[in-house]
Structures are given as structure tokens and as C-alpha cells.
Design a protein around this ligand. Structure first.
Ligand SMILES: [Zn+2]
Length: 81
């Protein structure tokens, strides 16, 4: 007799229905400026204005400028045995 282990955890998730209304004609357009230089972004490189700025942003990430300051507690492992 095989052990039957049915552990099913039903996670109740809240379904959030987001209705996106895209208005083509007229109206205001939320245009975000290039975070690097502040120019109007190009459709091909949003939210950046150019590939260069996109690369610059990536470089900053890699460089660690955008790194979130987190305090890491020193993990000291002491075992008496
Ligand atoms: Zn730019």
C-alpha cells in the first residue's frame, strides 16, 4: 500500500482586472523623458531616447550605481560540538 500524500495547497490569489483604455485620437499622451539625458524617447528605445542612453542605463546598473543599499547582517556560524 503506497503512501498517499496528497498535499495540495490552494492558494487564493486575487485576480486583478486591469482595464487599459488606449485612446488613439487626441487626448494627452504620457511621455516619459529619457532618464539619462532628458530628451524625448524614441519608440524604438523607450524609455530612452537612443540606444546609447539605453546602454548607458545598463552600464550604470552593471556598475552598481543603481544598487539598492541593503544591510546584510554578518552571518556568523558558530557551532559548539
Ligand atoms: Zn537619452
Amino acid at each position: 500500500m503506497p503512501a498517499r500524500n496528497d498535499e495540495k495547497e490552494i492558494a487564493t490569489g486575487i485576480m486583478t482586472d486591469r482595464v487599459i483604455n488606449l485612446s488613439d485620437s487626441g487626448g494627452r499622451r504620457r511621455t516619459r523623458k529619457c532618464p539619462i539625458c532628458g530628451r524625448s524617447p524614441e519608440p524604438a528605445h523607450v524609455p530612452f531616447c537612443s540606444r546609447r542612453c539605453a546602454d548607458e542605463d545598463l552600464r550604470r546598473w552593471l556598475s552598481g550605481e543603481y544598487r539598492i543599499p541593503s544591510e546584510e547582517a554578518p552571518d556568523s556560524d558558530s557551532g559548539a560540538g
